[in-house]
Design a protein around this ligand. Structure first.
Ligand SMILES: *Cc1c(COP(=O)(O)O)cnc(C)c1O
Length: 243
């Protein structure tokens, strides 16, 4: 069973790698400018372990509760695995203490209150030895200014970035966005690229642009994505119950 699943994952990983390589070439970019983040949400810990065996060490989850248990399980399956876990889903402030236990990076910071809570949690995890590195964070940008979908509005970005830069114990690495439904993703990614350029004027180390998923990774890479977040194309469909 495990061998069959591993072969399946190896095949889809090769396809996704091929798509990324082709998109980089088309955009005149180097392959190593783009990280592949495998989004393992709703899939079992064994799948995450097998992806790590295949060399994919950047893994992502979108719910703290699911991720907390899964990351423990993967640590048991593959001790000392070298995996970096990323949180890409919307996050309540009261989950900050839990998320700093398992995540190297939170890509979905969209408010000063959440940034403050993560900074506080990161600080106490550093003090207690639970972490040896501060938490890396990306600001999630809303590209359609629809508050329901989460994300910081483009015109409020610089204020949030300042807060993160000054609060300490978390490190601002860049921006993340999900292309709005029902619009041309290229337009959204172009908007994100402009926001990233403006951000880097004041925060030169915030170079990460996390954009592109199974359906639109080519467009995202064309507009400068440095991190594609791929679930379905690697692991298969998640069914109707899970977003
Ligand atoms: C689920 C998810 C992805 C992966 O989406 P696919 O379309 O399955 O590749 C990427 N980013 C975020 C924030 C997600 O929640």
């Amino acid at each position: 069973m495990t061998e069959v699943r591993k072969a399946e994952l190896a095949a889809s990983l090769a396809e996704v790698e091929e798509r990324i390589a082709r998109a980089c070439k088309a955009a005149g970019r180097e392959r190593d400018e783009v990280r592949l983040l495998a989004v393992t949400k709703t899939f079992p810990a064994l799948d995450a372990a097998l992806l790590a065996d295949l060399g994919t060490l950047d893994l992502a989850e979108n719910r703290d509760q699911e991720a907390g248990a899964k990351t423990d399980e993967v640590a048991e399956l593959r001790p000392g695995n070298g995996i970096r876990w990323h949180m890409v889903g919307s996050l309540q402030r009261n989950k900050a203490r839990s998320v700093v236990r398992w995540a190297a990076e939170v890509q979905s910071v969209d408010s000063e209150r959440l940034a403050d809570a993560l900074a506080k949690a990161s600080r106490s995890a550093l003090e207690s030895g639970q972490r040896d590195q501060p938490l890396d964070v990306l600001i999630q940008v809303s590209l359609d200014d629809d508050p329901k979908r989460g994300g910081c509005r483009v015109n409020e970005l610089s204020q949030l970035a300042e807060r993160i830069a000054h609060v300490g114990d978390i490190r601002l690495r860049g921006l993340m966005a999900v292309a709005p439904l029902g619009t041309e993703p290229a337009e959204a990614f172009e908007r994100l690229a402009r926001a990233s350029e403006r951000l880097r004027e004041d925060h030169p180390n915030a170079r990460e642009v996390s954009a592109g998923m199974s359906n639109d990774l080519e467009q995202a890479i064309a507009y400068g994505s440095t991190c594609v977040r791929v679930g379905t194309a690697l692991l298969g469909g998640r069914g109707l119950a899970s977003p």
